[in-house]
Design a protein around this ligand. Structure first.
Ligand SMILES: Cc1cc2nc3c(=O)[nH]c(=O)nc-3n(C[C@H](O)[C@H](O)[C@H](O)COP(=O)(O)OP(=O)(O)OC[C@H]3O[C@@H](n4cnc5c(N)ncnc54)[C@H](O)[C@@H]3O)c2cc1C
Length: 299
């Protein structure tokens, strides 16, 4: 069966896109591999009306509402390949099934690449986090920022509102005078000795060990990850990319149209400084834009 739109990725961005299309009575298929970026966190915060629910609960409630629309089809699986066809696009799933649609929405999210430090990965989403607005409120006590990229300085300026903060410089070049002064004004303590290990019974965090063996007590550590787009589909289809502060992003215009006619992208894969709300909002835009393009054309 030919669908109007296939949405690849069924989390905040993809479900929001599909909902707009379902409400326009369009045949939309959502394919999802079930690995949303925030799956490591027990609770999601800051998403209006759902603050404190688990990511899985938010997704299952949204999916349950979406599936009330009879023109929606949901497939659990991985889209392995996509290509242009005369009448639109073909998407091949990991079970070998080939699906067709006039438009594609890529809402595949990103994968976080974390610094390789013993004890860090197993605390990700719990006591090692990237976003103070998402998880800072729950982390009481001394906090750290593990510098991993220039954006870490921005993180260190923010975090003192959630607790007394130490910036661990790791690989970051020395601070200039203005940066030092700004961090001092925020009361940030600077630690130049390298962190070698995280301590405590994971996911609980008690502190970090430094290269000399000295330990620093901490209850939470903020890390700015590098991100990688979670799926090669955009590349296969020839979409253009741009470099964001944390990694490459699919290039889109203000209507979430990629550089390839008929392909839209939304969510973390197509925007920086994203969170659940912003991903869902961009999904709405992609869904509306894909719908309009079905009868307005692609110019
Ligand atoms: C640890 C952590 C905690 C977070 N906590 C919060 C929070 O509390 N509040 C908040 O607002 N934000 C939070 N965020 C950010 C939030 O998770 C993201 O902004 C949001 O999930 C992005 O939504 P998305 O739909 O773009 O991508 P995702 O939620 O990552 O979903 C992408 C989906 O696409 C699927 N997919 C990928 N490739 C394919 C393919 N080829 N075929 C089929 N399916 C595919 C994936 O399996 C996944 O299900 C957190 C992020 C992290 C890392």
């Amino acid at each position: 069966m030919m669908h109007d739109v296939i949405v690849v990725g069924g989390s905040f961005a993809g479900l929001a896109a599909a909902l707009q299309l379902a409400r326009a009575r369009r045949r939309v298929l959502v394919v999802d591999a079930g690995e949303p970026r925030n799956r490591f966190a027990a609770h999601s915060h800051g998403f209006l009306g759902h603050d404190g629910k688990s990511p899985a609960q938010i997704q299952s409630e949204a999916l349950e509402q979406l599936l009330r629309y009879p023109t929606v089809t949901w497939r659990q699986g991985l889209a392995m390949g996509a290509a242009r066809a005369d009448d639109g696009f073909r998407v091949t799933l990991d079970d070998g099934c080939e699906l067709g649609a006039r438009r594609l929405i890529l809402a595949t999210g990103v994968r976080d690449e974390l610094p390789a430090l013993p004890g860090l990965a197993e605390r990700w989403g719990q006591t090692v986090v990237h976003c103070p607005y998402c998880h800072g409120y729950e982390l009481e006590g001394p906090l750290g920022v593990l510098a991993s990229q220039p954006g870490s300085l921005h993180q260190a300026m923010l975090v003192p509102d959630w607790g007394p903060t130490t910036l661990f410089m790791q690989d970051l070049p020395a601070l200039d005078e203005a940066e030092s002064a700004r961090l001092a004004m925020r009361g940030v303590r600077i630690e130049r000795e390298r962190v070698t290990e995280l301590l405590g019974d994971a996911p609980h965090l008690e502190g970090v060990r430094l290269a000399s063996g000295r330990t620093v007590p901490l209850h939470g550590l903020f890390v700015a990850s590098r991100t990688v787009i979670a799926s090669p589909l955009a590349e296969q289809l020839g979409c253009a990319f741009e470099e964001g502060p944390q990694g490459a992003l699919i290039q889109v215009d203000s209507m979430n149209h990629t550089t390839i006619p008929g392909i839209f992208a939304a969510g973390d894969a197509a925007m920086h400084f994203s969170n659940a709300t912003r991903a869902a909002a961009s999904g709405v835009m992609a869904g509306v834009a894909a719908h309009r393009s079905l009868f307005m054309g692609l110019s």
